[in-house]
Design a protein around this ligand. Structure first.
Ligand SMILES: Cc1cc2nc3c(=O)[nH]c(=O)nc-3n(C[C@H](O)[C@H](O)[C@H](O)COP(=O)(O)OP(=O)(O)OC[C@H]3O[C@@H](n4cnc5c(N)ncnc54)[C@H](O)[C@@H]3O)c2cc1C
Length: 348
């Protein structure tokens, strides 16, 4: 019979679980119910009180690794923590968020425990009437074009879940007694110390994986407009103004980010990290708005996980109008976004 361990970790506060960890809790809880398997939730946090209280009604068993050594993401301490949690739980299936913190250590943890691992899992299925014990994990290959269903007999089987694939667990909080669930970890010599973070300010940070909306800028923003001139500066102001007012994440077409390499006018806040598509990213957001982008297949393939798609293009024959978007506005994006920004400011 299977048994399930969900591994979670705290955010920068050191005490609250990350949203991605809470998604893994939902996935583990659903899977445990389907397989009729016992569920354990393991927590890695400097101060595990708040984290444990938030999920104490999610599963019958909680385990926590706590202490200052776990305040920072570091291979040696995180791998030791996950290993200790598994040794205490002895689960056959381990579900964990594919966060940068856990993605870095989990293959090594699986190896140390003689287990196997699959990454970028988008969905977990199993427990159907044909074989109630069969677990199936789904992931995408070849730039999200091929969906594979993976089953394995080897155990323990570690599964790293992509973010945005499950609702974050939001059950009733309790008052966990962490002393009763804390387990000791024997730490190896720690050679790495995180001395601080250097991150762009919120205004400069345009890629926001948790945003409700993906705003995509296409090459049209830097092209000659009906008045015969280019308006790159105005385009930059409109785009940044919208991002600030809406909190949207910024994506781009390849043509637009490539312009930087050609020495042409380019929007300075865009890098190849913003590129969405076959040779770019495949972000997950409930909604997407494309502007000044033609909607060609190598770009749109990166929109696979966008729930509702809208586009603004001058071209009534663009790819978006050919069935790739739910709503297309045949309009001038400069005018539309200026109006949208005005409305957002009125509403704020
Ligand atoms: C192997 C391969 C991989 C690729 N990978 C990617 C990828 O990962 N991502 C990607 O994006 N592309 C990728 N491409 C390129 C892709 O095929 C397109 O060339 C690219 O997406 C086009 O970018 P665009 O739509 O922004 O530019 P354009 O094709 O130049 O379209 C600009 C659009 O803006 C519109 N426009 C202009 N002014 C306005 C205005 N004022 N208001 C509204 N609309 C306006 C125009 O009508 C036009 O439709 C790849 C291509 C290949 C061959």
């Amino acid at each position: 019979m299977e048994s399930i361990l969900v591994l979670t970790h705290a955010d920068e506060s050191g005490s609250a679980l990350t949203r991605h960890s809470l998604e893994a809790v939902t996935a583990g809880k659903e899977l445990a119910a389907r397989l009729g398997a016992p569920l354990t939730i393991g927590i890695v946090a400097a101060d595990a009180n708040r984290a444990a209280s938030a999920v104490m009604h999610a599963g019958p068993r909680l385990l926590a690794v706590r202490g200052e050594a776990f305040a920072q993401a570091r291979f040696a301490s995180d791998a030791a923590a996950c290993e200790a949690l598994w040794r205490a739980a002895q689960a056959t299936i381990v579900v964990a968020p594919q966060s940068s913190r856990f993605a870095r250590v989990m293959a090594a943890v699986a190896h140390r425990l003689g287990g196997v691992i699959d990454t970028h899992i988008a969905a977990l299925a199993g427990g159907d009437s044909a074989d109630v014990t069969r677990l199936e994990a789904t992931r995408w290959f070849y730039r999200q074009r091929i969906e594979a269903v993976v089953t394995r007999t080897a155990r323990p089987w570690f599964l790293l879940l992509d973010s945005g694939t499950h609702e974050p667990y939001a059950g009733e909080a309790g008052n966990a007694q962490v002393d009763e669930i804390a387990i000791a970890v024997e730490l190896p010599a720690l050679r790495t110390e995180v001395t601080g973070f250097r991150a762009p300010t919120q205004d400069e940070q345009t890629i926001r994986p948790d945003a409700k909306l993906l705003f995509v800028a296409g090459a049209g923003w830097t092209k000659k407009q009906p008045d015969g001139a280019v308006h790159v500066e105005e385009a930059g102001k409109l785009i940044l103004g919208f991002l600030r007012a809406s909190g949207a994440s910024l994506g781009s077409s390849k043509s637009l980010v490539d312009q930087g390499g050609e020495g042409a006018s380019v929007l300075p806040f865009l890098t190849h990290l913003n590129q969405v598509g076959q040779t770019g990213a495949t972000p997950r957001h409930p909604k997407g708005l494309s502007t000044c982008c033609h909607g060609e297949e190598p770009h749109v393939v990166g929109w696979r996980f966008i729930g509702e798609r809208r586009a603004i293009s001058l071209d009534a024959n663009c790819g978006w109008t050919r069935g790739k978007a739910d709503v297309v506005y045949i309009a001038d994006a400069f005018q539309v976004m200026a109006k949208v920004n005005e409305l957002l400011k009125v509403g704020s």
